[in-house]
Design a protein around this ligand. Structure first.
Ligand code: KG4
Ligand code: ZN
Length: 340
């Protein structure tokens, strides 16, 4: 009896995450990050990330088991991120998960990283309603998901056609001369600026985009508009009001994300929204989502930041949901899928 104990492994980008979940209860979540190595290069270097995962995997696994005082033999299933993400890093996690499943003679479940960002909220705010929408925003993805069952029935309504929200922040951060990753720096500066100072464009919100791209996002035009605005002032020898640029840019991103997401909630008659991914740390997004959801009568669920950034708990949570739903395990020769 009792709920199955699921070990989750996440290695899709720069975080090595290992966690143990029983049912909807998180026992332990351990994360090792190689971001300090990447910050020096101004971006994630896949080869550096792969090597870091390889070095961190066994210590992170041992630390997780030790903290929970769980013996590997007690694990009922192994879940691992099968995609999307960087091929090298994904392969390290998948290899570790396959080895464990084989050695322990326990089922293996390859799961989707983006859905994991939504699934983790069950560990924090309890069982999901029958139907909800999830906005997953990070440096790698910006997706709007319609979830009928997190384990078996998820539809991607839309995603970004170009940059992810965090990626756009990092690029604008670079052009404002901020350290990588620029997202948190822009957020900090934006709090001192006027979000109405500059009216930057809202991508894919024109009437002509409503039919085909109602649930899609585009941030590259916005990034270009910020670059042009800064360039023009620089050429004219004027000083750049960095806090105002940051605040106005962040306002445009938060406005588009929340407006489109809430419109989709209405269209699909959904009254719960789960926000996940590292970009959900953004203050303007949080404030605007809270205000607009309250106004629209939509329940907003955002896990604490440490569960929004990449971690093993999200994969263990989704693995647990998949096991509970009775989904057949993956075969031991499953591949990874960078664009899953
Ligand atoms: O989920 P995450 O840790 O890694 C990815 O899977 O990408 O997300 C990190 C991304 C980076 O682009 C970072 O700049 C951005 O999210 N970010 C923020 C904030 N905190 C992190 N962007 C804006 N405001 C923040 N407070
Ligand atoms: Zn992620």
């Amino acid at each position: 009896g009792g709920e199955p104990l699921v070990l989750g492994i996440e290695t899709s980008c720069d975080e090595t995450g290992v966690a143990l979940v029983r049912g909807r209860e998180l026992l332990v979540d351990t994360v090792a990050s190689s971001m300090d190595d990447h910050a020096r290069y101004g971006g994630i270097i896949p080869e550096v990330a792969s090597r870091a995962h390889l070095e961190a995997m066994i210590p992170t696994l041992e630390r997780t088991l030790g903290t929970a005082d769980v013996d590997l033999s007690e694990v009922d299933a192994v879940a691992v991120t099968a995609g999307p993400g960087l091929v090298g890093p994904l392969t390290i996690g998948a290899s570790a998960a396959k080895a464990l499943a084989l050695a322990l003679d326990k089922p293996l479940y390859g799961v989707n990283h983006v859905i994991g960002h939504a699934a983790v909220d069950e560990l924090v705010h309890g069982a999901f309603p029958d139907r909800f929408l999830s906005l997953v925003v990070s440096g790698g993805h910006s997706s709007l998901l319609l979830v009928d069952d997190v384990a078996t029935s998820v539809t991607e309504l839309g995603s970004t056609l170009d940059d992810a929200a965090g990626e756009a922040f990092d690029k604008v951060g670079r052009l404002l001369g901020l350290p990588y990753p620029g997202g948190p720096h822009i957020d900090r500066l934006a709090r001192e600026g006027d979000p109405t100072a500059i009216r930057f464009p809202r991508g894919l919100t024109a009437r002509k985009d409503q039919e085909k791209h109602a649930d899609d996002f585009s941030f590259s035009g916005l990034k270009t508009a910020v670059a042009r605005w800064v360039e023009a002032r620089t050429d004219a020898g004027e000083e750049i009001p960095v806090p105002d640029v940051a605040a106005s840019f962040a306002e445009a991103v938060a406005d588009v994300l929340t407006a489109k997401t809430i419109a989709a909630c209405h269209r699909h008659e959904v009254d719960t929204l789960v926000v996940g991914g590292g970009f959900s740390a953004n203050s303007q997004l949080r404030d605007m989502a809270a205000a607009r959801c309250a106004e629209a009568g939509i329940e907003l669920r955002i896990p604490p930041i440490r569960y929004c950034t990449d971690n093993g708990a999200m994969i263990a949570a989704l693995g647990s949901a998949v096991v509970r739903a009775g989904v057949a395990p993956s075969s031991l020769d499953i591949g990874v899928d960078s664009s899953m």
